[in-house]
Ligand binder design. Structure first.
Ligand SMILES: *[C@@H]1O[C@H](CO)[C@@H](O)[C@H](O)[C@H]1NC(C)=O
Ligand SMILES: *[C@@H]1O[C@H](CO)[C@@H](O)[C@H](O)[C@H]1NC(C)=O
Ligand SMILES: *[C@@H]1O[C@H](CO)[C@@H](O)[C@H](O)[C@H]1NC(C)=O
Ligand SMILES: *[C@@H]1O[C@H](CO)[C@@H](O)[C@H](O)[C@H]1NC(C)=O
Ligand SMILES: *[C@@H]1O[C@H](CO)[C@@H](O)[C@H](O)[C@H]1NC(C)=O
Ligand SMILES: [Mn+2]
Length: 597
């Protein structure tokens, strides 16, 4: 009896111990599971978007509440309506601030930083859904002496019209502004209003490109969004951009850029949209939309060249492309560099019509900010881009600039050329034929309709080519040793029998003409004048003559001993009067006489 009692006590104890152990185990399990779940959420937030799986559900991202409260707003400039300052005693200040900023900065101060905008998207955009699970963004906004209210309105508009969960951070980059309210007052404003905003401050002026790069280096989100410092984003602008990047990580996307009018802050569409391009002095140009894009105004379309100020790109793809060429100074050419890289190295560039961002286009009479660079940084930038990416097409750019590129040193390009090699990027010809296929037709480089062009080599003295003998203002031309490259030699040996039927420095406005019309006349360079009978030339392919004058009696003759050229009565079988034009467009030359001026 005592023994069995003892056993019962032992059993009870064992039960209690087992119970306690079980209790602890279950507790531990629950605790661990909770901890793991917490960890998982944290992990999802920390893992780059493309290294984790995500759901492909779609959702309507419109912030209906915010749109409704915007709709109820009243006041100056609300709904993007044009605004005016009526108080006459403010006219002078208004004028002075407009002149300084290139837009009506006083009016900017009077319009709410939270003003509402008109929803000018195609109606179809209101119904579109985008992935519910989107990557996060770092928004990078470089500024230099930006007007305070325009700058903070840019940020307010982003905060007000962007889903908070998508904004990791907003990085302002101060390119060494010297306006005092952009220092401490801005810090304080940011402190009070914008918890997600950081400011990087340069200690010397470095320009837009360096500022964007500095922001990108600091950025940690999945996607980089580059913005200007005087913009207002419109409703639901971000999800349509990110959606395209999720579909293909090697995508850069641009919103449609709307106009905030400089004098009244009226918000309007620029036009129905267009595709970006350039002409051969590398001014930014636009090409018409393709029919496919006109059919459905909500669908993204391919864009050869970004306008440059506003775009989104995955951080990974941006750095795979090595960001911007860090040898580009201040501003200019960077939109070409990045666009060429994106297309030629396996990516794509889209314009997304359902994403709209307003931009203050400064008035035409704005004189701009003064630059302390003495060198011609713009053309140096262009030359870097042309040398690395444009292959032979770079010569069109150089021809259009009357020799300024020849004197410019593009600097070290090793890194950029190595990148092109490493990423196996396609040729510029591919870009021109497949992406910007209508560019050459719309913006033809000068000389593309030449009857003949390139070096002009003497048959009688074959080591000599027609040569300007130096500066064009020296005027007398002659012959010199032929340069090694014949299709695109330097400008001193690059000639064209142009569509105007003159013989000129290719792509330029210097034409060959004799001083008088006697035998043995010297040949000089004059300014071209269309239809001038004393500048008429013809290339006789059979006899290899460069025939001069309206009656076509004279021919160009080489005098190799003195390195002169002269014009004399045409003679057959006289090799010093024969010339080889390196490139002849036979089809065009066949039509020479039909198109005489
Ligand atoms: C007009 O502007 C002046 C100077 O800023 C100010 O003193 C005055 O009160 C303004 N008048 C009205 C009617 O707002
Ligand atoms: C603008 O809106 C923000 C909320 O997004 C608010 O904190 C701020 O006070 C508003 N500022 C003005 C001037 O209305
Ligand atoms: C345009 O494309 C969207 C998305 O594919 C589609 O929902 C919409 O119906 C199309 N609109 C027209 C007018 O074809
Ligand atoms: C500048 O041009 C705008 C029109 O774009 C005009 O309204 C304004 O008066 C001009 N400002 C100056 C200072 O000339
Ligand atoms: C000749 O010129 C025409 C018209 O510019 C052009 O279409 C054609 O490609 C040119 N041919 C050659 C061989 O360059
Ligand atoms: Mn701008």
């Amino acid at each position: 009896m005592r023994y069995s009692h003892y056993i019962n006590v032992v059993r009870l104890l064992i039960f209690l111990i087992i119970g306690a152990v079980l209790f602890l185990l279950v507790n531990q399990w629950i605790y661990t599971r909770e901890a793991l779940e917490g960890l998982e959420i944290e992990l999802i937030q920390k893992t780059p978007y493309w290294q984790r799986s995500h759901k492909r559900e779609l959702k309507d991202w419109h912030d209906v509440e915010a749109m409704a409260s915007d709709a109820a707003r009243n006041g100056l400039g609300e709904h993007g309506k044009p605004a005016y300052i009526t108080n006459l005693s403010k006219r002078k200040l208004e004028h002075d601030l407009s002149k300084k900023n290139g837009f009506n900065a006083l009016l900017s101060d009077m319009i709410s930083v939270n003003r509402s905008l008109p929803d000018i998207r195609d109606q179809g955009c209101q119904k579109l859904k985008y992935f519910a699970d989107l990557p996060t963004v770092s928004i990078i906004i470089p500024f230099y002496n930006e007007h305070f209210s325009a700058l903070v309105r840019s940020v307010h508009s982003i905060i007000n019209r962007t889903p908070a969960e998508l904004i990791k951070e907003i990085i302002l980059v101060d390119d060494f502004s010297d306006v005092s309210n952009l220092k401490k007052p801005l810090d304080e404003y940011v402190e009070q209003n914008f918890p997600k905003v950081d400011i990087i401050r340069f200690r010397k002026r470095q320009g837009l490109i360096a500022a964007r790069l500095a922001g990108a280096v600091k950025a940690v989100a999945d996607v980089l969004v580059f913005m200007d410092s005087h913009v207002e984003v419109n409703y639901n602008w971000l999800p349509p951009l990110l959606h395209e990047i999720v579909l293909n990580k090697r995508t850069a996307v641009c919103p449609m850029i709307d106009v905030i009018e400089d004098a009244t802050f009226e918000y309007t569409a620029q036009d129905e949209g267009a595709r970006g391009a350039f002409d051969w002095i590398l001014d930014y140009k636009r090409l018409p939309l393709l029919e496919s894009a006109k059919k459905n105004r909500t669908q993204p379309f391919e864009n050869p060249i970004m306008a440059g100020g506003l775009f989104a790109i995955s951080r990974e793809w941006f750095w795979e492309l090595d960001g911007y060429d860090d040898g580009l100074d201040i501003w200019g050419g960077e939109q070409y560099e990045l666009s060429f890289k994106i297309w030629m190295c396996g990516g794509r560039l889209l314009d997304v019509p359902c994403s709209r961002v307003g931009h203050i286009f400064r008035s035409d009479n704005w004189t701009g900010v003064s630059e302390d660079r003495k060198e011609d940084y713009l053309h140096k930038n262009y030359k870097r881009v042309a040398e690395v990416w444009m292959d032979d097409y770079k010569n069109y750019v150089y021809k259009h600039a009357r020799g300024i590129y020849e004197k410019l040193d593009a600097g070290d390009l090793t890194k950029q050329l190595a990148l092109r090699e490493k990423l196996h990027c396609k040729s510029f010809k591919w870009f021109i034929e497949n992406v910007a296929f209508d560019l050459v037709k719309t913006y033809p480089p000068k000389g593309i309709t030449d009857f003949a062009y390139g070096q002009v080599r003497s048959v009688g003295a074959p080591k000599f080519c027609l040569d300007t003998l130096g500066r064009p203002d020296y005027r007398i031309v002659g012959v010199k040793d032929c340069e090694a490259t014949s299709i695109f030699p330097s400008r001193r040996q690059d000639w064209s029998l142009s569509e105007d039927h003159d013989l000129r420095m290719r792509g330029e406005e210097y034409c060959l003409q004799t001083a008088d019309h006697k035998p043995d006349s010297q040949v000089l360079l004059y300014d071209c004048s269309y239809g001038n009978k004393n500048q008429l030339w013809y290339y006789n392919r059979r006899r290899k003559w460069l025939v001069y004058g309206p009656k076509r009696l004279f021919c160009l003759e080489a005098r190799p001993a003195s390195k002169h050229v002269v014009v004399n009565r045409c003679r057959t079988n006289f090799p010093l009067m024969q010339w080889d034009f390196v490139h002849v467009n036979n089809t065009l030359l066949d039509t020479y006489f039909e198109t005489m001026p």
